[in-house]
Design a protein around this ligand. Structure first.
Ligand code: NAP
Length: 293
């Protein structure tokens, strides 16, 4: 297999992919924030001589609420950074794998979002990610874009690890019950991406990927509490209270419904899509095995 450049290797998804690449025989190079993807000279210098056949972009500005007041930085990383990696991919003949978000949709839908549904981000983060998608397409690089939602993994900032930390603190937790999502376990995503890079297929384009099923953040929190207790990671039961979004003011507006339709990724790329409850069990087993963060 051709070698891989993993950009943003110290983030949530980056670390999960680094774990998978480290266990493989694939030749790979990692870069973190020191190779600022929005700085064309740094990107060009890092790429020189590496002959990466794949550029996997796990770097991004992901602070959804802060993006409302730091829109320049959000666009610099998520739009210009993505464009730079597409440009270097086009220049060197590499395939770019990039990640986008369910937040490119407005959440007014009633059925899982398909790749060609109308795009209308509600917040700056979503707008910057959408601009990144557009600039990648405009650069003409061979690419895959995977729109993800509610990503969690063995490390990094995520709803699942935040809940685990709060559960261990033992005080009542309030969680919104009127936003419906499908979470994405980065462990299974990493396996799917490794298979994609090993075997093709070369059906390039934009895809939706997350776990199967749909759940509110509140129900997900309850499931996390149960799984954590079953694994012995937390002791006594901690009360979790459902609240409407209005009771939980946040700077950025979020879609009320952002379940993604996975038909295309299953049929064209042969990705395995598993139920979110099953993935949560797998995650907790892996978390216990590895001793957590
Ligand atoms: N998390 C989610 O729920 C979610 C949902 C949908 C889509 N996504 C997308 O999935 C991808 C991966 O997300 P994630 O959760 O793994 O993100 P993350 O944990 O925030 O990691 C992003 C990484 O990018 C690095 N970075 C930031 N600015 C950079 C720059 N200018 N140049 C190079 N590196 C830079 C960060 O460095 P530091 O470590 O120094 O901060 C961090 O390591 C992103 O494209 C994100 O938009 C995430």
């Amino acid at each position: 297999m051709r070698s891989v450049w993993l950009a943003g290797s110290r983030g949530l998804l980056g670390r999960q992919l680094a774990l998978a690449l480290g266990q493989s025989r694939i030749d790979w190079h990692a870069s973190g924030r020191e190779v600022d993807i929005a700085d064309w000279d740094r990107v060009k210098a890092f790429a020189a001589g590496k002959k990466a056949g794949w550029i996997v972009n796990c770097a991004g500005y992901t602070a959804v609420d802060s993006a409302e007041t730091e829109s320049d930085e959000a666009f610099r990383v998520n739009a210009l950074g993505a464009e730079n990696l597409a440009r270097i991919a086009a220049d060197t003949g590499a395939v770019l794998i990039h990640f986008s978000t369910d937040y490119v949709f407005d959440g007014a839908g009633q059925r899982p979002y398909r790749e060609d549904d109308p795009l209308r981000p509600l917040n700056v983060y979503g707008q910057s990610k959408l601009e990144g998608e557009r600039r990648i397409a405009a650069r003409g690089a061979t690419h895959f874009i995977f729109r993800l939602s509610g990503l969690y993994g063995l490390s990094g900032g995520s709803f699942v690890l935040t809940m685990l930390r709060l559960l261990r603190r033992g005080k009542e937790i309030r969680v919104v019950n009127d936003q419906i999502v499908s979470p994405t376990y980065a462990g299974l995503l990493a396996e799917n991406l490794m298979n994609l890079m090993r075997n093709g297929p070369d059906a390039y384009g934009t895809y939706h990927y997350s776990d199967a099923g749909r759940v509110s953040w509140f129900d997900l929190a309850v499931a996390i509490g149960e799984a954590a207790r079953d694994c012995g990671l937390t002791g006594h039961e901690v009360p979790i209270r459902p609240v409407p979004t209005g009771d939980y003011p946040a700077r950025a507006q979020r879609p009320a419904y952002s379940v993604l339709d996975k038909e295309k990724v299953k049929t064209r790329l042969n990705f395995t899509v598993r139920d979110w409850k099953e993935n949560l069990r797998d995650f907790f087993a892996a978390y216990r095995r590895t001793g957590g963060e």
